[in-house]
Write a protein that binds this ligand. Structure first.
Ligand code: HEC
Ligand code: HEC
Ligand code: HEC
Ligand code: HEC
Ligand code: HEC
Ligand code: HEC
Length: 459
């Protein structure tokens, strides 16, 4: 009897013990999940912060020499240019084309005569085509059906080109094959690659974050289910008063946890620090227009003019060596070339309209320092011998110009701290250099000639 009583008591105390340890482990697991939750939040905020930082690292002033990555836009030109034809031949062809054909033909659009892209595929052979170009009238009258159809369509006959040698015409045909498609290239702005790349990066980041949150939710769900199943099971057992209080206590009080000072404190801290970081980053970029690439009134392409045709920057931006402003060319400068080249393209028509109406073309300004600061092109281009690309990026590859550098005060100052003064062939610096070398082993920097003085850059 006594033994039985003892046994019952023992089993009772066993039960109580079990319950107590269950309560403890439950508490531990809940504490663990809270800790995990906090940890995840920390990881999350770190990743966000890092991503913000990397976004601004791209804006780093050191990247002044970065080049704009060229997309697939040019490959098509280079590929076709090399099949069989030498660059000299193509250059010759271009010259002949511009001198003799461009007033009536363009490669990609109809002018007076048909667009010439892919023309060879419309004739049964090169010999026939050359013969047509030399003697269109004879070909049309000679009963060539396609030539007759063309004549009917255009209502005009091309003059004879019998003064050309066959190989000259071949060079024109080869040149035609190499002309890039202006419109298609416009659709692929140079920053396309960059945008996609950073898009991919942030896509990855986003999926990592979503993955983490999903994991967190699953863990929380499993814990909640576990707790409710176990406590449900315990409630079915007949328990005495003491045990009952123990079990009901052991159920985690979410309300108390989420309203606890500790939890609110941690969440607030994270929110405030991420918010502050964003705010500061935002403040730094007020007025910074890096990457600004507005649509211009005329689809003027630097890639075509400065890149493909290698027209010197100074031909159009005639101020760079003379003074403060680089100067945007007036419509008259365009007319140096487009006055002779064909009329007909709607973009070129806009130049004519501007001249006829005597109204300047309304180019949208891209680079623009505030009035309080002074920047002089000739100081940098002529005196310092800097390349345009150092500050403006690879303009020769840009279909639409965009601002590559930050143009902040920090950007100017950084370069002035690091850039060696170009004293070669400049008598003005001779004595200065001697003086400098006697006191320092470092090369003469812009800083050393007063490049950090406020009044040099501020009126
Ligand atoms: C005065 C205007 C004029 C000039 C200059 C001119 N063409 Fe034409 N060309 C035309 C017209 C109009 C046609 C279509 C009617 C026809 O058959 O003559 C044509 C047709 C052609 C075609 C056939 C196009 C097709 O779609 O099959 C070729 C090729 C061509 N020209 C090449 C040339 C070349 C190369 C030159 C320069 C050496 C040249 N043209 C100079 C007016 C011109
Ligand atoms: C055929 C004339 C021409 C040539 C050659 C030329 N440009 Fe331009 N440039 C323009 C015109 C027109 C604009 C204004 C329209 C635009 O932004 O595309 C311009 C705009 C610019 C701008 C932006 C100006 C702004 O509003 O802030 C920069 C920078 C620039 N050019 C640099 C260069 C460099 C560097 C070269 C040589 C590699 C060059 N350009 C060659 C005509 C030319
Ligand atoms: C040194 C010669 C030269 C100067 C100066 C020049 N261009 Fe061009 N431009 C060309 C050549 C060559 C082409 C290509 C042939 C063509 O398509 O007519 C071209 C093509 C173009 C095209 C594309 C043609 C089309 O069919 O849409 C536009 C737009 C254009 N130029 C605008 C301008 C503007 C605006 C200026 C003045 C700021 C200018 N160009 C100054 C030589 C020049
Ligand atoms: C040291 C950096 C630097 C170099 C090198 C430089 N630029 Fe600039 N460029 C600037 C800055 C800064 C502005 C904005 C100036 C302003 O708003 O007063 C600017 C503006 C321009 C503009 C538009 C406004 C204007 O001044 O007319 C053109 C066009 C231009 N640059 C062309 C060129 C060309 C072409 C070259 C090379 C021959 C060149 N730049 C070299 C920094 C530079
Ligand atoms: C890529 C480098 C670079 C950048 C960016 C740059 N500069 Fe300079 N700057 C130079 C060099 C090199 C000189 C020295 C020229 C010389 O030999 O007189 C110079 C000289 C100057 C001078 C004359 C200093 C003196 O003591 O004579 C002024 C003013 C100036 N820069 C203003 C600016 C401003 C404003 C900016 C930003 C909008 C800027 N610079 C951006 C390289 C740079
Ligand atoms: C190398 C040229 C350069 C020197 C030296 C320089 N600044 Fe600046 N500063 C600039 C440029 C460029 C800006 C315009 C930046 C912008 O628009 O983000 C600027 C902007 C400012 C602004 C306005 C800030 C703003 O965000 O609008 C103040 C204030 C200023 N500078 C003060 C100074 C003082 C003080 C000194 C001397 C200790 C100094 N600067 C030296 C080029 C210079």
């Amino acid at each position: 009897m006594l033994f039985k009583q003892l046994l019952i008591q023992k089993s009772y105390s066993d039960k109580a013990n079990a319950l107590c340890s269950f309560k403890r482990s439950l508490k531990r697991s809940v504490a663990g999940s809270a800790f995990g939750f906090a940890l995840m939040l920390l990881v999350f905020s770190t990743i966000t912060t890092l991503s913000i930082q990397s976004a601004y690292a791209q804006n780093d002033p050191d990247s002044t020499t970065q080049t704009i990555d060229d997309g697939a836009a040019t490959t098509d030109v280079a590929d076709t240019a090399t099949d069989g034809a030498t660059p000299e031949m193509i250059a010759k062809g271009q010259e002949l084309f511009e001198g003799n054909c461009a007033q009536c033909h363009a490669v990609h659009e109809k002018v007076v005569g048909p667009a010439l892209k892919g023309v060879e595929s419309r004739w049964s052979g090169r010999a026939e085509l050359i013969n047509f170009i030399k003697y269109p009238e004879k070909t049309i009258m000679g009963g060539n059906q396609y030539a007759a159809k063309l004549y009917k369509e255009y209502g005009q006959m091309m003059p004879n080109h019998d003064f050309f040698k066959d190989e000259q015409i071949v060079s024109i045909l080869e040149y035609i094959k190499t002309v890039p498609v202006p419109v298609a290239v416009v659709d692929l702005p140079d920053d396309g690659n960059k945008v996609q790349e950073s898009g991919a990066n942030s896509g990855l980041l986003l999926s990592v974050i979503i993955g983490l949150i999903a994991l967190l939710l699953v863990v929380a769900l499993v814990l909640v289910v576990l707790i409710s199943v176990l406590s449900g099971y315990l409630q079915k057992e007949k328990l005495d008063q003491d045990e009952d209080t123990v079990v009901s206590q052991s159920i985690f009080d979410f309300k108390a946890f989420f309203t606890s000072a500790g939890f609110i404190g941690v969440v607030l801290f994270i929110l405030v620090s991420v918010g502050a970081k964003e705010l500061f980053a935002g403040l730094w970029t007020i007025g910074v227009q890096q990457g600004y690439a507005p649509t211009q009134p005329i689809k003027f392409s630097h890639k075509l003019h400065a890149g493909f045709y290698e027209i010197d920057c100074k031909f159009c931006h005639s101020g760079v060596e003379k003074g403060k402003a680089a100067v945007i060319p007036s419509a008259n400068v365009c007319m140096n070339c487009h006055g002779e080249l064909r009329r007909g393209s709607p973009e070129i028509e806009k130049i004519y309209t501007a001249i006829e109406k005597n109204e300047p073309i309304q180019w949208v300004r891209i680079h623009n320092l505030p009035d309080l600061s002074y920047f002089n092109h000739s100081q940098h281009v002529k005196v310092a011998g800097l390349e345009c690309e150092t500050c403006h990026g690879n303009i020769k590859e840009m279909e639409v110009v965009q601002q590559v550098s930050l143009l902040t005060m920090g950007w100017c100052i950084n370069c002035h701290r690091e850039w060696d003064v170009n004293a070669q062939g400049n008598d003005y610096y001779d004595n200065l250099i001697k003086l400098h070398n006697s006191t320092s082993k470092e090369p003469l920097k812009v800083e050393d000639i007063g490049g950090l003085e406020c009044s040099k850059c501020h009126y």
